[in-house]
Structures are given as C-alpha cells and as structure tokens.
Design a protein around this ligand. Sequence first.
Ligand code: F6R
Length: 235
Amino acid sequence: MNFIKVENYDILSEKAAEIIANVIKAKPDCVLGLATGSSPVGTYKKLIEMNKKGELDFSKATSINLDEYEGLDGEHDQSYRYFMNDNLFNHVNIDKSKTFVPNGKATDIPAECKAYDDRIYEMGIDIQLLGIGLDGHIGFNEPDKYFTKETHRVVLDESTIVANARFFESIDDVPKTAITMGMGGIMSAKKVLLVANGANKKEIVEKAFFGPITPEVPASILQLHNDVTVIYSEN
Ligand code: F6R
C-alpha cells in the first residue's frame, strides 16, 4: 500500500487528480470507478481544470459509480447521479451515455444489482476512487459480520445517516437504504485510490489501513489489494 500524508486538501486533490489523469492518458478508453461525497469534490475540480485546459480528454472514457440512494431518481438534487453530473460530468467531455450509476428507482433491485455486477466484470474497472465513512464504510458497505461481494441493497447505519444529513434539509429526508457496489467489484479494480481528509477521519484511517482486516471496518479489506494508494490530509 502506498500511504501518502499531505499538508492540506488542495494538495490531496492535486495528487489524486494526477493519478487519475495518468490512467486516462495511458488508456483513453479506460473505465473509471467513481465516488460521491465531499472528499473527491476537489479531485473532480482539478480534473475539470485539466480538461478545460485541453490536457485531459474524457471522450473515450467510461465511468461506473459506487452507489446510489434507493428511492431517488437522477433529477433529485441529492441523488448521486445528480452529484456526478453537477461535480464532474457536466463540465468535461465525457459521453454521458457511458456513465453508470445504480438506478435508485429500480423496481426490481436484485435484477438491478445483478446487471450492475455484470457490467462491472464485463468492463473491468481501471481505477476505483473511494472516500471512507467515519465507520469505515467504502461505497455503502457498512460494518457487518462479513464482507458482501456483490452489488446489493443496504440499510444505512445511523451514523451514516447522521453524517449525510448535512446535504439534506432535514435528517428525516435522508434515505434509509441504498444500492452499493460490493467488495468484489471494488477489489476487482486494477488500481484503488482512496482519499480522506479531516481530523475526524484520522482514527478510522489508522484502523482501516494499519489495524486488523475485519468486516467491522469495511475499508480494511483494501489491505489485501495489490495496488492501493491512500491520500490523507488532516486539514
Ligand atoms: C460515496 C461513497 C461513500 C463516501 C463516504 C465518505 O459514493 O461511496 O463511501 O465516500 O461516505 O463521504 P465524505 O467524503 O462525504 O466524507
């Protein structure tokens, strides 16, 4: 594992964007595994800047996102599809028909999950970008007695609902369930890049990457991946 501690969020974002840009430059038709949440916003800003300057071309790239709230459609401003359009896709020359986010409004969730996994394994993810939750979740793989391999429906932990309430008008508006890529999909990525910032993430980052590998700390499974970069900034 490559653990990089940096001074601040701007440097974190710069470094993360550089790693992703190098993947796109080496393989223009790459598959990007993408994440939402506050952590990657700076990375997306840097990627947009590179694209606007003509240094980075997304036209042949495909993307597949980690997760989506159940019950929200892509028009909902707190859906992860909306987030991705707003924070990246609307500002770069990616072909939106090649950007995938689980369908939170799917009527047949098991079929949606199966189709999502089929797509992941058929395309193959070149780089998976991740954030980490305060309880150690990646995607919405919450602490559990076991790691779940497949894309699946999850009931969100109370701590995740509380943490994500900042994006909604009230905590009651935060969906209680979501669809998430499973650990199999995440671990199948050729490269994994996890970004975490803030003093409140210090403890969980230490546990996840320097503690025992356990489904009680979902991100700890990444210790078993052979190409993981973690960039952490306390500020
Ligand atoms: C988002 C996701 C989540 C977040 C995590 C951290 O697609 O999969 O695992 O990465 O909740 O969120 P932030 O970055 O907002 O602290």
